[in-house]
Design a protein around this ligand. Structure first.
Ligand code: GCW
Length: 831
């Protein structure tokens, strides 16, 4: 055996960087750099003893073996008893006190907490992972392995970690047909073609990732729930999914539809006050718990976005929550009732109407009327996961009701897995925000008003893509959510550093570069999209992705920012506006109510001001909008240059994938910058004092080129295309060309085209008759139209041009995709 062991060690520690597809996430356990490995290997026990036969303790033991083998190249020997040999000892406090009293483990631990402790008995060193329960043992092993992967010492341990809150859940918005609402990482890992997948391997792997962060619950279907899930056919399927997650301590929850007693239950009503309805929910819960005894509970979206709810019978949200909660209670189940209730048919002409008021207006009057196993699940902000929102006032409005904060891990409004946007700094702003009585994190965790149940829910929406989230960098958001749910006092920097090291290895340059990019990415995205509290400015009634400044205006959805030719922003003051600010504790309200005190970041969320209003910076609102968009775009453009020097320091596969993503993002940032700035220039009539907006060096509109087959078409919304127009090819092949008349030199050529998702058009570029580039437009972008979502940039770098050269772009449509072009840009090549 020793011959082979040596060989394995040699192979593991040659420093070769293997291709990686991201499926291991942050649990790669790749070989540590040799000097670090040596420092762990020498004192590390060679034996593991796990006390107890719980499946979670078994998972913990397997995980330890796997981690130690991967990182140190050591194979641990499994023993059933604690002997006089240095050993990793795993178990619950109760179990260890019986089986290994010599370790003398004193004291108690909270549920799910763990204790890493080095104990020396008669000169023999034991590395102990102890916990109150089996789940804590598993979390402790993950904690120990993380320490090693991060290069922290483990030879003199005495560390207790207790989770901040009991609720640390993820929600998946998966549909039974396998699609995922607002999911950007591929198809559902749970469902396919109307049934649970046959092969649930990925579910188990997901459970492992979640457990490594201390996440203990997962709802497995869309909150826009399909009532079929509560029909008899599904209980065994849910049981199979629960079985795949159980070894990782992740309990399954289901989203339910409030109309179920009628739609699938055969009753003529779903009135929560009707005893027949209560009996139906009870029978349904009993039946489900027979199949899944550790079911965590239900999630309920009622009276929201077209879902039925108690309003159908004039009942309250408390009536609705309690009738379901009471069915779950005998089984220890919990009911998460979503606070995301609002009227999406609001009259936009009424300046007093305000969607932001809805959660508080709906739930604050009911405080104290919810059962103890009901939890109000509140989105971080009062609108809907926008790039910046204030903390929802409802966090401060419930004192006698359980609450949990809902954060969105899937990047619905923040770039949908195509943009680098690390959300931890944004979440921390909410969690650390002082609502008056306490911070949001303390309120949500139930600490302030001593509520029994509370915590953190993250909408994860991972999918079948090998990297789970549709791109490598978005994994940082899942990791960050889990770490914050365990300990919201961790800094964004700590989380970013940890994730980078665990995901890309210990190279210092990689660590510093990626951490820096992560930490600035939310602000950057905000700057080139909707800063100053403007929010998304995206296609609010469609895909929530590309730019569309007015899509949120003049409709019932209530995401208005009320921009016109004189000014911009929602007046939410108590004095003259919607009164929203009055929902906050007076200390908070005072700051938001006053234009002088309101932070610039939220000024247009709270106030309507003229474009010439001066911010704390001394600059006008309009100039700030222009400047932030230019600044944000420049930073996004800079990511590419920051990433490139990492070539060879991480594996090629992930290096290339991320590079392509960042190049794409840089192009989209320019689209956003120009669209929003042009829109505000037209609305305000106030020029950019730096002369940039509307003037683009080296840009030639496609409609101004010599067109062969291409025809000019107006683009909707107009700001999504430069000059409001594109050219589109109605035949099999078209071309747009110009004669270059500038000085000879080396240049970068950028082609702005539209990559729709209803075809894969081909493009070719020729200069002076010579081909210089060709590509196929086949990206996974959520639009079949020529618009802000599909606008994409191709860069041809370092081309030589002489006066008189013809630059010709050819397009070959495919399917519904018309090989449309917006413009080309000829920019000096700077080395
Ligand atoms: O942000 C909106 C999304 C909907 C989602 C809803 C919700 C599941 O656009 O897709 O529906 O929020 O949170 O219920």
């Amino acid at each position: 055996m020793s011959c082979c062991f040596g060989l394995i060690t040699a192979l593991l520690f040659t420093g070769v960087i293997y291709a990686e597809d991201g499926s291991s996430g942050w649990l790669r356990y790749t070989a540590l750099e040799e000097s670090a490995a040596r420092s762990y290997r020498q004192p590390a026990p060679r034996v593991v003893t796990a006390i107890g036969d719980d499946a979670l303790v078994e998972s913990a033991r397997q995980e330890l073996i796997r981690g130690i083998r991967g990182m140190l190249g050591l194979r641990l020997r499994v023993e059933t008893r604690v002997s006089h040999e240095s050993t990793f000892v795993l178990g619950t406090l109760g179990g260890l006190r019986k089986a290994a009293p010599q370790l003398a483990l004193a004291g108690n631990l909270e549920p799910d907490a763990f204790w890493l402790k080095t104990v020396t008995v008669a000169g023999v060193r034991y590395t102990v992972v102890a916990a109150a329960d089996a789940r804590g043992v598993l979390y402790g092993v993950f904690g120990l392995l993380r320490k090693m992967a991060l290069g922290e010492p483990i030879d003199r341990l005495d560390e207790k970690q207790t989770p901040y809150a009991p609720i640390r859940w993820v929600n998946q918005w998966d549909n039974l047909d396998g699609s995922i609402e607002r999911g950007y990482g591929g198809k559902s890992i749970f469902w396919e073609g109307g049934h649970a997948r046959q092969d649930l391997t990925r579910v188990g792997e997901y459970g492992r990732l979640l457990a490594s962060l201390g996440i203990n619950g997962c709802s497995i279907n869309n909150v826009n729930a399909d009532p079929r899930l509560l029909t008899d056919d599904f209980a065994p399927q849910v049981a199979r999914i629960a079985g795949a997650l159980r070894p990782w301590g992740v309990q399954v929850a289901l989203s339910v539809d409030f109309g179920s007693p009628k739609s699938i239950g055969g009753l003529d009503t779903f009135d929560p006050a009707d005893p027949k309805v209560a009996a139906w929910w009870k029978a349904k819960a009993d039946e489900l718990y027979r199949a899944v005894p550790d079911l965590a509970g239900f999630v309920l979206k009622a009276d929201s976005e077209g879902r039925v709810g108690p309003s159908a019978y004039g009942r309250t949200h408390a009536d609705a929550a309690n009738v379901v909660a009471r069915a779950l209670r005998p089984h220890g189940g919990k009911l998460f009732y979503r606070g995301f209730v609002y009227d999406h048919h609001m009259d936009w002409r009424n300046l007093k109407n305000d969607r932001a008021r809805a959660a508080y207006d709906n739930f604050h009057p009911l405080d104290g009327r919810f059962d103890d196993n009901a939890v109000i699940q509140i989105k971080n902000g009062p609108i809907d996961f926008q790039v910046r929102e204030p903390a929802s006032p409802l966090f401060g409005g419930l004192q006698k009701t359980n609450q949990a904060v809902e954060l969105q891990i899937t990047q619905e409004y923040t770039g949908q897995a195509r943009f680098l946007v690390f959300l931890v700094p944004m979440w921390k702003q909410t969690l650390d925000f002082d609502m008056g009585p306490a911070t949001v994190k303390a309120l949500a965790a139930g600490k302030t008003f001593h509520r029994p149940t509370g915590g953190f829910v993250g909408v994860a929406n991972v999918g079948m893509d090998s990297n789970w989230t549709g791109n490598h960098l978005s994994q940082a958001n899942l990791y960050g959510f889990g770490r914050l749910a365990w300990n919201p006092d961790l800094s964004a920097r700590t989380i970013a550093e940890e994730w980078t090291r665990l995901t890309f290895g210990g190279d210092a340059k990689v660590g510093a570069t990626v951490t820096d990019m992560l930490l600035k990415s939310w602000r950057t995205y905000e700057n080139y999209t909707g800063p100053l509290g403007l929010q998304g400015l995206t296609d609010i009634v469609g895909n929530h992705y590309g730019v569309s400044v007015e899509a949120s205006e003049r409709n019932g959805w209530g995401q208005w920012h009320r921009a016109d030719e004189k000014g911009v922003g929602m007046d939410r003051t108590a004095a003259t506006g919607t009164g929203y600010i009055g929902q906050y504790n007076p200390a908070v309200a005072r700051v938001y109510e006053s234009l002088d005190m309101c932070p610039d970041d939220l000024v247009l969320f709270m106030h309507h001001v003229p474009y010439t209003h001066r911010l704390h910076s001394g600059k006008t609102v309009i100039q700030t909008i222009y400047d932030l968009h230019y600044g944000g775009e420049a930073t996004a453009e800079g990511y590419v240059g920051e990433w490139k020097p990492l070539a060879g320091r991480i594996d090629e596969q992930r290096y290339r994938a991320v590079l392509a993503q960042l190049e794409y993002q840089a192009g989209q940032a320019e689209v956003w910058r120009d669209a929003v700035n042009n829109w505000f220039l037209r609305a305000s009539g106030i020029a950019d004092d730096q002369g940039r907006v509307g003037h683009h060096r080296g840009r030639v509109e496609a409609e101004a080129m010599t067109l062969d087959g291409y025809t000019a078409v107006p683009v909707t919304p107009w700001e999504a295309a430069s000059g409001g127009k594109a050219v589109s090819c109605p035949v099999a092949r078209c071309a747009a060309s110009i004669r270059y008349t500038g000085a000879a030199g080396r240049f970068i050529l950028r082609v702005q085209y539209f990559d729709q998702n209803n075809g894969s058009a081909g493009y070719r570029v020729q200069i002076g008759g010579r081909p210089v580039d060709e590509w196929v437009a086949s990206a996974r972008v959520p639009s079949a139209k020529i618009d802000g979502s599909t606008s994409t940039r191709r860069t041809v770098t370092e081309i030589a041009l002489r006066p008189g050269d013809t630059i010709r772009v050819e397009g070959m449509p495919d399917g519904g995709e018309t090989a449309a072009l917006d413009y080309i840009e000829i920019l000096p090549f700077e080395n």
